[in-house]
Design a protein around this ligand. Structure first.
Ligand SMILES: Nc1nc2c(ncn2[C@@H]2O[C@H](COP(=O)(O)OP(=O)(O)OP(=O)(O)O)[C@@H](O)[C@H]2O)c(=O)[nH]1
Length: 355
């Protein structure tokens, strides 16, 4: 899952960075408001908050500690909500800011479930305790009703924005994870080619289902020797280079699948045999020119044998692959590095293919 974790982590980092900037600006705006209304303790608190958000912003850089940045933001929000509620009263609405911390904490994947449950329990007890205290003790500072109302509406808006952000973030995570799982389920991990499962699906999709398509079964020649002489990792490099060549020789709408081992199946939708022959010839010739540079600096050249056939409308893929496989077998038996057409009993002459 390492490939899937990267983009999610990056989007999380950007979200933390974005939150650090936005909330820092909000706190900056509050400094003159509280200083002007004589609530100097909260104005000073906002200065500390701005410093905390500056630190969180710095930690959310690519080389920083994003988890620490998120913890600093969460701690600041919690302490700020408690301090402001005690200082200017429950009706200021600052306690609302503690509520979104519950889903954020529970959905966080960076801590074990028991730790998350413990933190959420602490937040809940602090919230209820704060309510209990506020109902029995007057606030330390008395603000005008108008200012208190404005603060409460501001906190309510922040509460909704926080829930919208959380919901969007987790929606994105689910969509991204789904896309990545889908990609992994349909892709060969070594080369990035489609796998058999995906090819079987696309082969039955319209318009391929109601028009003639072509199949090229492409098998590297003497690939076992490459593995035996140079090792598996060079063999893997050769497979990757071969796949790149297959992509280069086909169109965007064609489907290149790793059928197994060193065998790739190319589906050319809505393609007649004359065009398919040209593609097969181009492919054979371009693979012949393909090389992989070994550590010694030596160039390793490869060749491919191609079995070519058509895929009729509604024809089972397996039946067409069987024909292509027979043609491929003939090509191997006839000396390799050539194209064999399932509809003719001889190798396709180069002159015929170049027209
Ligand atoms: N490096 C590497 N080798 C693989 C992979 N999958 C299959 N192979 C190897 O591919 C080789 C296929 O060998 P063979 O089926 O004998 O075919 P060949 O040597 O290409 O001979 P011809 O097809 O007759 O020209 C085997 O040695 C497999 O181990 C892979 O993912 N990576």
């Amino acid at each position: 899952m390492s490939t899937t974790a990267q983009p999610l982590h990056e989007s999380y980092r950007l979200l933390i960075r974005f939150c650090a900037v936005v909330v820092c600006l909000v706190h900056l705006a509050f400094i003159p408001i509280f200083a002007g209304t004589g609530v100097h303790a909260l104005a000073a608190g906002n200065v500390l908050s701005v410093l905390a958000y500056g630190y969180a912003y710095w930690q959310s850089r690519p080389q920083g500690n994003v988890r620490l940045a998120a913890d600093v933001i969460a701690l600041e929000i919690g302490l700020h909500a408690v301090a402001a509620t005690l200082a200017i009263g429950w009706s200021s609405g600052f306690h609302y800011l503690m509520i979104p911390m519950v889903p954020v904490c529970m959905l966080s994947a960076t801590r074990p479930r028991a730790a998350r449950m413990g933190i959420v329990l602490c937040i809940s007890l602090a919230y209820i305790g704060l309510r209990f205290w506020s109902s029995r003790h007057p606030p330390f500072y008395r603000l005008s009703d108008g200012l208190l109302q404005a603060l409460e509406y501001g906190c309510l808006v922040t509460l909704f924005l926080a829930f919208i952000t959380i919901a969007l973030r987790y929606h994105d995570i689910i969509v991204e994870a789904h896309e990545m799982l889908r990609h992994e389920a349909f892709t060969d991990p070594l080369t990035g080619a489609l796998n058999r499962r995906r090819l079987a699906q696309v082969a039955t999709l319209p318009p391929a289902a109601d028009t003639h398509s072509a199949l090229l079964l492409c098998d590297l020649d003497h690939f076992k020797l490459v593995n035996d002489q140079y090792g598996h990792s060079v063999g893997d490099q050769v497979l990757q280079a071969f796949y790149r060549q297959l992509l280069e020789c086909t169109r965007g709408g064609d489907h290149v699948c790793r059928w197994g081992g060193e065998e790739f199946l190319v589906l050319l939708p809505q393609t007649d045999m004359a065009v398919a022959r040209m593609v097969a010839y181009r492919l054979r010739a371009s693979v012949e020119r393909t090389s992989v540079r070994l550590l010694s600096g030596e160039l390793l050249f490869i060749t491919v044998t191609v079995g070519l056939t058509h895929l009729g409308p509604g024809e089972p893929l397996q039946a067409a692959v069987h024909r292509a496989d027979e043609a491929l077998y003939r090509g191997k038996a006839a000396g390799r590095n050539q194209v064999q057409d399932s509809t003719v009993e001889r190798p396709v002459p180069v002159a015929e293919l170049q027209v």
